[in-house]
Design a protein around this ligand. Structure first.
Ligand code: SAM
Length: 227
């Protein structure tokens, strides 16, 4: 009963990882991975008591209390260095919250775990964070599930810093090469929104030149990537 979105997140977790799933809610993701014998150790971190209780309940029902540890904690405080976690999933939150969790938890990233991130919005912030914190984007995917478009960004620690252009940060270095249907639909929708914004700006009694220019530039960027 795992959503297509969480199945896609799960597909990026390497076999036999020691996983921390931060903001785990019902812990569906680690439960699925353990039940499929893909991993045998996970932490299900939750900042809120209700979701943590859900996680603890589901883990117990699945008989996986020895393998999946529910922990009440803010972000990466759920992880101890002696857990030797080598993969972290953070899914179903905004890019702002995801990068906040990574920044406040930097000390827990010393062993350079793989980061599998699924921001609901502000994907660009996630890519910028990875680039500025010793990670490169190893893989990306975009999919449509239950009326929403989701992006998954996988970050891998690197010795040599990697630079991404503004275009790559906005669209995703892999996604903009692939241009699949979900990608095309997402950015076509954004183009439709921008066209409306442009008309409204042009109709306004005081023309906001800076805003109009920004809108026109974004339209141009999107058209370049979609063409
Ligand atoms: N990861 C699951 C998924 O993708 O389906 C659940 C996503 S749910 C929308 C977001 C969860 O993140 C909530 O259960 C919330 O309590 C939790 N959360 C929000 N901020 C958090 C933080 N700083 N640390 C840990 N969990 C957090």
């Amino acid at each position: 009963h795992l959503s297509e979105r969480l199945q896609a997140v799960a597909s990026f977790v390497p076999q036999n990882s020691r996983l921390a799933d931060i903001g785990s809610d019902h812990a569906y993701l680690p439960i699925h991975l353990v039940q499929e014998h893909l991993i045998s150790f996970a932490i299900a971190g939750e900042v809120a008591k209700g979701p943590l209780a859900n996680a603890a309940h589901e883990i117990q029902q699945a008989g996986l209390s020895n393998q999946i540890l529910p922990r009440l904690a803010d972000g990466l405080a759920a992880v101890n260095l002696d857990d030797h976690v080598d993969a972290i999933t953070i899914a179903g939150m905004g890019g702002t919250l995801i990068t906040k969790i990574l920044t406040s938890g930097k000390a827990k990233l010393m062993e350079k775990p793989l980061l599998i991130l699924q921001p609901n919005v502000n994907e660009d912030l996630v890519r910028t964070w990875l680039m500025n914190n010793g990670y490169r984007i190893k893989a990306e995917t975009i999919l449509h599930d239950l009326g929403h478009t989701y992006e998954i960004i996988v970050g891998e620690a690197v010795e040599q810093p990697v630079h991404y252009s503004d275009l790559e940060v906005k669209f995703g270095p892999f996604l903009m090469q692939e241009v699949n249907l979900a990608f095309r639909n997402k950015w076509q929708q954004r183009l439709d929104t921008l066209a409306k914004i442009k008309v409204n700006l042009q109709r306004a009694s005081h023309l906001d030149d800076a805003k109009l220019l920004a809108v026109e530039q974004e339209i141009k960027m999107i058209n370049e990537v979609l063409d």
